[in-house]
Write a new protein. Structure first.
Length: 583
């Protein structure tokens, strides 16, 4: 039986809580804004270029992706940002309408994080250094999304780039450089790929690769679409045929085998924009949820390496009204602390973002109206998103990165060169009531009006709270440095397996607490939109319950218990070093 919710009033935005007559005497000092926009002061200098020429080519409004990863194994997160290029590719970038690039053709960029842990909290701890030229990642692709994972089990995290055009698998050599092994590994896909994820679908200890593809668009098949006013505008996905996704099995010898057909993944497809792995039915095998733009979504249930699409019967293919939605960004987490993974995804304006609540057996209910921040999203088009506990109070909050895909007429008439700008949003979880829209109180970073796309989540300054790196289409990257989460108790965990140790992608970890629900988290890097996140698990403990131990369900089935670790720091838990746990 599905869980049912009583209708609760979602709290209004913080600005509406202040009375017109001003604050009464004795009012406490304003709260410190939770985020500081710190890209410039930390050296994260990146501006995306989408190559727009005035023809309204469809790829211009998608991407760019971003990854947070520790590529040099020094214990802090570095940043890899994807770049676009001129459309059509044979045109001079100086012909771009907005913004024309300065200097040579723009490329992807890799920034090394030279974190100084001895410095006091704040942006002065962080310093990003551009190491693109030396890394071999100065690639001139039309980048869409990026996935991270150690596909060859050598202890160094690798990169897979999904492009509008041929994709790339880039092996980390461990010396600060990457090599393109796409051809030798058989991992290319020439179609328009928009997402990818590394996961072990068959439990053999090697990371396989799922590639999500979008639509059959080329410069030659470009169509002219118009807005309601008759002006030129961008087309939507229904103007082109959708493309099938692919599943590649890792053979363990540096090559991959295409198992799309024999795994069953070929049976259904749409214009995919997002994908997230999780064990949604609780059987111990990793499933996949695929978010399709404008068509039914898929829930690929894993039955020993063969997959069947259960989304329609499970209640998460369509919304509560039986309609498909735009489905750009996607995340999965146990937001209600009942031990299973729920789904949240972002959509177009006038569709609302959608919350699907898992009943524990892999069946879902669309609870958007009852418990989700749907009303505040009605006028926005969401892309990057994530469940994260920004204030470490023990409850998962939500961030949504917004940016339109159809021209906003008021901005066009005002002369805006890229009239798709919208504000991002922050929602704080209020137990028993839903989410409070905290956008107005979230700091200067949330006053910006830009065309935001990917959002990657991770603790960039290692101070125990989650920061967010947002990349804007045809705009600068924005680093949202968390200013408040470290004030509450927290516990950080890195789960590793193998020799040399690799992040145990897919592990399910529970932080047991005395007299309080266990806080469950999934180890994964792929979620949000076009992004790769911090593989570490960060758990807020602000509700005061004492940690009594940690339980880990490792990929492939083994379960272990670990004694209660010290809070307020990061710990590495290695498979095989805990006590066996009963199933």
């Amino acid at each position: 039986m599905h869980k049912r919710f009583t209708r609760k009033k979602i709290l209004g935005i913080a600005g509406l809580l202040v009375t017109a007559c001003g604050e009464p005497p004795g009012t406490p000092a304003p709260e410190r804004p939770p985020f500081l926009e710190a890209s410039a002061v930390t050296g994260l200098d990146f501006v995306h270029f989408n190559g727009m020429s005035g023809q309204f080519y469809f790829p211009e409004i998608t991407g760019p992706g971003v990854a947070l990863l520790d590529f040099d194994r020094d214990g802090d997160l570095d940043a890899f940002l994807l770049q676009g290029k001129m459309l059509p590719p044979d045109r001079d970038p100086e012909q771009a309408r907005f913004p024309p690039p300065k200097g040579p053709a723009p490329t992807h960029r890799l920034f090394r994080n030279d974190l100084d842990p001895t410095t006091a909290e704040g942006p002065s701890r962080l310093r990003f250094v551009d190491v693109t030229a030396a890394s071999g990642l100065a690639l001139n692709d039309y980048g869409m999304a990026v996935a991270t994972g150690d596909f060859d089990r050598d202890g160094w995290v690798d990169l897979y780039i999904a492009n509008y055009g041929p994709n790339r698998l880039l092996r980390n050599r461990g010396d600060g450089t990457f090599e393109d092994v796409t051809e030798s590994s058989h991992t290319d896909d020439p179609r328009w790929s928009t997402a990818a994820v590394f996961l072990d679908v068959d439990g053999d200890g090697w990371l396989d690769l799922y590639i999500a593809n979008y639509v059959d668009f080329s410069i030659g098949t470009h169509k002219l679409c118009r807005s309601a006013t008759g002006a030129k505008d961008y087309c939507g996905p229904l103007s082109f045929a959708p493309q099938p996704d692919r599943l590649l099995r890792n053979r363990g010898d540096g090559t991959f085998e295409d198992i799309t057909l024999k795994s069953g993944i070929h049976a259904a497809f749409g214009a995919a924009l997002g994908v997230v792995p999780g064990d949604f039915d609780g059987d111990g095998a990793l499933d996949l949820y695929v978010a399709n733009d404008g068509s039914a979504n898929q829930l690929w249930s894993n039955h020993g390496g063969r997959f069947s699409d259960e989304a329609l019967l499970a209640g998460c293919a369509l919304n509560a009204e039986g309609r498909p939605e735009a489905s750009m960004g996607i995340d999965a987490a146990d937001f209600d602390r009942d031990g299973d993974e729920d789904l949240f995804m972002t959509h177009l304006a006038q569709e609302t973002n959608t919350l699907y609540v898992n009943d524990g057996s892999g069946n879902f209910e669309d609870a958007t109206r009852e418990a989700g921040p749907g009303r505040s999203s009605w006028t926005k088009t969401g892309f990057g998103t994530g469940w994260f506990d920004y204030d470490n109070d023990g409850w998962l909050d939500l961030l949504v990165a917004n940016g339109a895909v159809r021209v906003i007429e008021e901005q066009r008439q005002a002369g805006e060169p890229y009239p798709l700008r919208e504000r991002n949003q922050l929602f704080r979880r209020i137990p028993g009531e839903g989410w409070e829209d905290r956008t107005e109180a979230a700091g200067d970073a949330f006053e910006l009006v830009e065309v935001s796309r990917a959002a990657a989540f991770g603790d960039l300054d290692n101070d125990g709270d989650t920061d967010v790196l947002i990349v804007n289409n045809s705009g600068p990257a924005r680093l949202l440095l968390n200013q408040v989460g470290q004030d509450n108790p927290w516990l950080g965990l890195r789960l590793v397996q193998g020799d040399p140790p690799q992040d145990a992608l897919g592990a399910w970890v529970g932080v047991h607490r005395r007299g309080a629900p266990t806080l469950w988290r999934r180890v994964r890097t792929t979620a949000s939109y076009a992004a790769a996140n911090d593989p570490r698990v960060l758990v807020g403990l602000g509700d005061g319950a004492e940690v009594s131990g940690v339980e880990v369900h490792w990929p492939g089935g083994p379960r272990e218990l670990f004694s209660a670790p010290q809070t307020g720091r990061y710990h590495t838990l290695t498979q095989g070093t805990g006590e066996p746990a009963s199933p």
